[in-house]
Design a protein around this ligand. Structure first.
Ligand code: C2E
Ligand code: SIN
Ligand code: SIN
Ligand code: SIN
Ligand code: FE
Ligand code: FE
Length: 749
C-alpha cells in the first residue's frame, strides 16, 4: 500500500521498476558491500527514494537482508520498506529551524537544567565575541550581570518554575567585559514526563531602544524642569536674566540653536530683541528692532495674543519685513510666542530652527506655558528691579551725604560724587561747574565719562552757553537731542567728538545761593522718569551742600533730607506690592510690623535694633516675589516640588537684598523667619539661639498673623485655636522665652 499496488500487481515486478534511478542501486550496493561476513543475521538499512505506482517518489527506509538456503548459499534478497515521508519532512523542518537559529541576529543559548551551556548559536558568538567552545560547558550565569542576580533569584527563577517562561530586560556581559542591556525570553523545555530538561534563552541587544527611551524620558524631565528653571530665574529678580533663561531653556528643550526675546519699545512701534540664546557659531540679534506695524507676523501675535508657526521663513511672504535678518540667521522654521503682561502683549519670544521643522500642538502648548511663566516672572522682576534701583539710589545719596558731612576736601567729595551720579543716573558723563561769586564765572571742578578734554577748561560767564543759562535762570535745562543744536557748544569744539545726544543741566543752590551747575550727558536716548528726576534733584541738592560746606570752611548745620524716611517709604511700597500678589489682607504688613516691634520692645531690645526689626518685618516675605503665582496663589496643598520652591523664599530675599548694604542688618528676619527652635525649620535648619533673636521674635508673629488670616488654601482659624496651637509649639517651633513675652502682650490686648 505504501507503493499504491495490490499484492497481485506487486508480485512479479522487478526491483528496478520501483527504484528511483541509479541512486537507489548505488545506495543498495554500498550498503551490501559494507557487510563483511554474509550470514542470515546480517542486515543493511539505508534510506532512499522509491517510486510509487503513480510515478511519484517517496522517501523510504529499507531494511534488507540476504536469504540463504540450508547449505548457506544466498538465494535472494528480502527487503522491508518503511515510509519515512513524515520523518523526512520533520528533518527538513529541523534543518530549516537550525538554519534560522544559526543565521538569526538574536542570541540563543541552550543550557541544561543546572545552567551549563549546551549550545550557543552564531548570533550569540557574533554578539558576545566569545567562541563557541569558550562558552559550552560553562555556567550560563558567568555571562550574566552581577547586578541582575537579585532579579534572577526573585523574579526569573520563580516565573520559570511556575510558568516555564519569562520575558523581560536583563544585562549580559560580552567577552570585552562590556555590559549590554538585552530583551530576554527564557523558557524551560521539559521531557515527556514533564521534567524540566533544557533552558532556552533568546535575547537581543536593546541598547538603542533604551537610549531612545531614555532620551524620551530626559526630554520629559527637561520639559517639566523647564518651568521650574524659569520660575527659579525670577529669583535673580533681573528681567534680562529671566528672559535669557527662558530662551536658553526653551532652545535646549526643543533642541534648537537659537531663541530670542523681544520687548516693545516705549512708543510701542517696534519690539527690540533684549535677550537671546545662541548655540555656538550663531550670530547675535541683540538690539535688532522688529517693527510692529506693517509686519504681518508681529501684527498677528499682538492682535491674536496667540502663538504663530512659520514653516518656511525664507519664502513666507509674512517674513518679508525682516527677510534680511532671517536670511542672516539661517532660520527656516519658527515658533513665535506672545509675552503677556496684564492681559497685554508686551513682547515676543521666537524659537528658530535652521532646518524645516514642525511644531506639534503639544509642543506649542508647552512652549506657551513656559513663556507665560516667564512673563509673570518678568513682571515681578521688573517691579523688583525698579524698587531695588530706588534703594540703590537712596543708598548712594546716603554715602555721598556721609562723605560730605565728614570732609571738607572738595576734590575728594567731587570725585566720589561724580562717580555715584554717573552710575546711579545710568548716564555716560557728568560734570560740575563751580560758580565764583566774585568773577561771576563758571569753572569746571570735576568731570567723568568724557572721551576728550571737552569742557575741562570751561570758563563761562553767567548767561553764556548752556550752563551759563542754567546758572543765570536758576532753572533746569533739558535738551533731548543735541545733534539738532550743534551751535550750543561753540566754545568747546571737542564736544562734537563726544557724540552726546542728551543734555540735562541743574543749578546747584544751597540756602538760596547759587553754587554752580551739575551737567549730565548721555550718548543715547534717556528716559527721564519721575524716579530719575527726583534722584537727580536730590543729587544736585547734596552737591550744593558739599560746595557750600567746602567754601565756608565750617561745619554748619545742614538741612539734610531725612534719608531714612525715603528708605522706609520705598520699603512700604514694596511690601504693598507683595501683599497684593500674595492676597494678604489689607494692612497685614502694618499689623505684623506693629506687633513685632511691640514684642521686641517688651523684651527690652534697644531702639537701633528695633529700627532694623521694623524693616525686617516689613520685608519678611519679600522673597515670595521669586515664587511663581501658580504656587503662591494655589488654592490647595503644595506638591513636594512646589513646597521646595516655596521654601526658597527666605533665600531669595537674602540673595536679592544682601547687596544693599543699608538693608543687611534688616535681613535677619526675611532670611531666618522660617527657622524653628527645634532645628526643623528652613532654609538652614538653625537651632535654638543660632537663630537671630529678631527672627525668633518674628516667627511667632508670622504664624499668629497667618492663622488669623484667610489663605487661598484655608480659612482663618479662631483665636482660641490659634493660641492653643502656638502654646503647644513652645520649645518646638518657638523660643520659649519669646513665647512668654508674646503671651504677656496678647493677654494685655
Ligand atoms: P504664610 O501663609 O504667610 O504662613 C506663614 C507660616 O504660618 C507658615 O510657614 C506656618 O508656619 C504658619 N501657618 C500658616 N498656615 C498654617 C496652617 O494652616 N497650619 C499651621 N499649622 N501653620 C500654618 P510655612 O509652613 O513655612 O509656610 C510658608 C509659606 O508657604 C506660607 O506663608 C504660604 O505662603 C505657603 N504655604 C504653606 N503651606 C501651603 C499650602 O498648603 N498651600 C499653599 N498654596 N501655600 C502654602
Ligand atoms: C508683608 O507682609 O510685608 C508682605 C508680604 C506678605 O504678604 O506676606
Ligand atoms: C505643605 O506641604 O503644603 C506645607 C506643610 C508644612 O507646613 O510643613
Ligand atoms: C545680616 O544680619 O547681615 C544679614 C542676616 C542674614 O544673614 O540674613
Ligand atoms: Fe515666609
Ligand atoms: Fe506674611
Amino acid at each position: 500500500s505504501t507503493f499504491g499496488y495490490t499484492v497481485d500487481e506487486w508480485v512479479g515486478t522487478r526491483l528496478s521498476q520501483h527504484a528511483s534511478g541509479k541512486a537507489f542501486f548505488q545506495m543498495a550496493r554500498k550498503a551490501l558491500y559494507s557487510i563483511k561476513h554474509f550470514n542470515e543475521f546480517d542486515q543493511v538499512i539505508f534510506e532512499s527514494e522509491m517510486l510509487r505506482k503513480d510515478g511519484t517518489e517517496i522517501p523510504v527506509e529499507i531494511t534488507g537482508k540476504l536469504l540463504f538456503n540450508k547449505k548457506g548459499i544466498p538465494i535472494g534478497l528480502q527487503g522491508t520498506t518503511r515510509d519515512i515521508a513524515e520523518r523526512v519532512q520533520a528533518e527538513e523542518q529541523n534543518r530549516l529551524f537550525s538554519k534560522i537559529i544559526e543565521t538569526t541576529r538574536q542570541s540563543i543559548i541552550i543550557t541544561n537544567i543546572k545552567g551549563a551551556v549546551l549550545y550557543v548559536n552564531q548570533g550569540y558568538c557574533d554578539f558576545s565575541g566569545f567562541e563557541e567552545d569558550e562558552v559550552i560547558g560553562n555556567s550560563m550565569f558567568r555571562f550574566a550581570q552581577k547586578k541582575d542576580a537579585l532579579k534572577l533569584a526573585k523574579e526569573v527563577v520563580p516565573a520559570l518554575i511556575k510558568n516555564k517562561y519569562w520575558h523581560g530586560d536583563m544585562n549580559v556581559v560580552k567577552k570585552d567585559k562590556q555590559i549590554v542591556p538585552v530583551d530576554l525570553i527564557c523558557s524551560l523545555l521539559s521531557d515527556k514526563k514533564n521534567k524540566p530538561e533544557f533552558l532556552v534563552a533568546i535575547f537581543s541587544d536593546i541598547t538603542e531602544r533604551i537610549q531612545a527611551r531614555e532620551a524620551l524620558q530626559r526630554r520629559n524631565i527637561e520639559l517639566t524642569l523647564l518651568n521650574r528653571v524659569i520660575a527659579a530665574a525670577s529669583m535673580t529678580m533681573e528681567p534680562e536674566v529671566v528672559l535669557e533663561t527662558t530662551c536658553r531653556e526653551l532652545a535646549l528643550a526643543f533642541n534648537l540653536p537659537q531663541a530670542a526675546a523681544a520687548l516693545l519699545n516705549e512708543s510701542r512701534t517696534a519690539a527690540i530683541i533684549v535677550a537671546e540664546y545662541l548655540a555656538e557659531g550663531y550670530t547675535s540679534a541683540l538690539n535688532v528692532e522688529l517693527p510692529i506695524e506693517g509686519n504681518p507676523v508681529m501684527e498677528y501675535v499682538f492682535e491674536n495674543k496667540a502663538p504663530l508657526v512659520i514653516t518656511d521663513a525664507q519664502k513666507d511672504p509674512r517674513m518679508a519685513v525682516i527677510h534680511d535678518e532671517i536670511q542672516q540667521r539661517g532660520t527656516v522654521s519658527m515658533l513665535i510666542l506672545p509675552l503677556m503682561a496684564h492681559g497685554q502683549v508686551v513682547g515676543t519670544l521666537g524659537l528658530d530652527s535652521v532646518e524645516r521643522r514642525e511644531f506639534s500642538r503639544e509642543e506649542i502648548d508647552l512652549a506657551a506655558n513656559a513663556v507665560s511663566t516667564a512673563a509673570r516672572a518678568l513682571e515681578n522682576a521688573q517691579l523688583f528691579s525698579q524698587a531695588k534701583r530706588r534703594l540703590k539710589r537712596i543708598e548712594a545719596l546716603h554715602s555721598i551725604d556721609k562723605i560730605i558731612s565728614s570732609s571738607i576736601d572738595l576734590n575728594l567729595t567731587t570725585n566720589l560724587f561724580l562717580k555715584q551720579a554717573q552710575i546711579q543716573l545710568e548716564v555716560d558723563a557728568v560734570d560740575i561747574l563751580l560758580f565764583d561769586p566774585l568773577t561771576l564765572n563758571l569753572k569746571c571742578i570735576g568731570r567723568t565719562g568724557f572721551k576728550t578734554s571737552a569742557l575741562k577748561y570751561t570758563d563761562l560767564r553767567l548767561g553764556q552757553g548752556l550752563a551759563g543759562q542754567v546758572a543765570q535762570q536758576r532753572e533746569i535745562k533739558h535738551i533731548p537731542n543735541l545733534l539738532e543744536e550743534k551751535e550750543l557748544f561753540q566754545t568747546s569744539p571737542e564736544m562734537s567728538e563726544e557724540d552726546f545726544i542728551v543734555y540735562y543741566g541743574i543749578p546747584l543752590i544751597a540756602k538760596g545761593v547759587l553754587k554752580g551747575v551739575l551737567e549730565i550727558f548721555h550718548r543715547g536716548p534717556l528716559s527721564l522718569d519721575s524716579e530719575w528726576l527726583m534722584f537727580s534733584n536730590a543729587l544736585a541738592g547734596l552737591a550744593a551742600i558739599a560746595i557750600d560746606n567746602a567754601s565756608m570752611f565750617n561745619d554748619l548745620q545742614r538741612s539734610i533730607m531725612d534719608l531714612s524716611i525715603a528708605y522706609d517709604s520705598t520699603l512700604e511700597g514694596w511690601a504693598k506690592t507683595l501683599e497684593l500678589r500674595d492676597y494678604e489682607t489689607e494692612g497685614h504688613s502694618r499689623r505684623v510690623v506693629e506687633m513685632t516691634v511691640k514684642l521686641a520692645g517688651s523684651m527690652g531690645l534697644p531702639a537701633d535694633q528695633i529700627v532694623q526689626i521694623r524693616r525686617g518685618a516689613l520685608l519678611h516675605d519679600i522673597g515670595k516675589m521669586g515664587v511663581p503665582d501658580s504656587i503662591l496663589q494655589k488654592p490647595g496643598k503644595l506638591t513636594d516640588d512646589e513646597w521646595e520652591i516655596m521654601q526658597q523664599h527666605p533665600v531669595y530675599a537674602f540673595n536679592a537684598l544682601s547687596g544693599i548694604e543699608f538693608l543687611r542688618p534688616a535681613l535677619e528676619i526675611p532670611h531666618y523667619h522660617h527657622e524653628r527652635w527645634d532645628g526643623n525649620g528652613y532654609p538652614q535648619g538653625l537651632k535654638g539661639e543660632e537663630i537671630p533673636l529678631a527672627a525668633r521674635i518674628f516667627a511667632i508673629i508670622d504664624v499668629w498673623d497667618a492663622l488669623n488670616s484667610d489663605r487661598p488654601y484655608r480659612k482663618a482659624w479662631s483665636k482660641e485655636k490659634i493660641l492653643a496651637h502656638i502654646k503647644e509649639q513652645s520649645g518646638k517651633h518657638f523660643d520659649p522665652r519669646v513665647m512668654d513675652a508674646f503671651l504677656k502682650i496678647i493677654e494685655l490686648t
